[in-house]
Design a protein around this ligand. Sequence first.
Ligand SMILES: [Cu+2]
Length: 127
Amino acid sequence: MCDCETLKHYLMKNIIIASVVALTTLTGFSQKKGTVEAKIQVKGICSMCENRIEETVNFAKGIKTAEWDLDSEILTVVYKEGKTTPQEIGDALAKAGHDNQYAKATEKDYGKISDCCKYKTQQKHHN
Ligand SMILES: [Cu+2]
């Protein structure tokens, strides 16, 4: 008696697993499609700046995620394609007082941020 039945089962099982893996991968791709990642240089010097920058961007339309790094002053933002642009994100940040590679804050908007966040005159600080 040969083991043909066992072999068949074994093959079937692997085909099913392969299909599930392929489907999951495809679904993953279709979810990622339509989102864009951008890196934007944004001026800031402390964790309060970080909160302000990330909150400003996270509440803007079309944003999926926004993370700003204090050391590099780079904002990594993932947004839905066609819903916003780096320019719009930059404009929102300038409005919140933060100069960035796409827009400059007006004196009035810059004046609204806390003293400890005055990045034009203060040093970077980690508290
Ligand atoms: Cu600050």
